[in-house]
Design a protein around this ligand. Sequence first.
Ligand code: G3P
Length: 217
Amino acid sequence: MKFFVDTADIAAIAELNDLGMVDGVTTNPSIIAKSGRDILEVTKEICDLVEGPVSAEVVALDADSMITEGRKLAEIAENIAVKVPLTWDGLKACKVLSGEGKMVNVTLCFSANQALLAAKAGATFISPFIGRLDDINLDGLELISDIRDIYDNYGFDTQILAASIRNANHMSDCAKIGADVATAPPAVIKAMANHVLTDKGLAGFMADIAKAGIKIV
Ligand code: G3P
């Protein structure tokens, strides 16, 4: 499973990228707003930092304006994936932009029907939002599983990019289901390393080493 980092925090991306943990980056209008930076400037900096796809989202709501903005975003770098919302206008923009050979990430997906439409519109990635479904007592992972089944039934090339990841379990659960990508905040990716028995075992090793006075010099 590919790991994308869901942030515009350059330092956080760089830290994980140095560990080989970054196969791409996703942003959205809220993440860009939180960065306090110009969207084109921060997106260019991210594209210069990572080789994989970098999703940058349009802010228009009508298809023609989305297409214009998408073309502008795609000019930033070769590895830009233009992000469009899962609306009819977003699907129209997806069809045109993907037809021009641009990567398109269709976002704000909350149903299998929406994911089916995105695949038929030529989406490179589909972004089902797990956490936001869980937040209203629906099953985000079940949606990932349903989309996986549908895409595999018909050989759709669209990659499932699990998004709105809230915790480390979401990452392993998405991998078990067969999501192509999961995009998560840096803290969630880091939390995947945590286990109380690892900490306990290491403390035991260190105590025994200290007792025995063993050093590697
Ligand atoms: O960026 C897309 C998605 O990951 C947003 O997640 O946490 O705002 O539901 P969240």
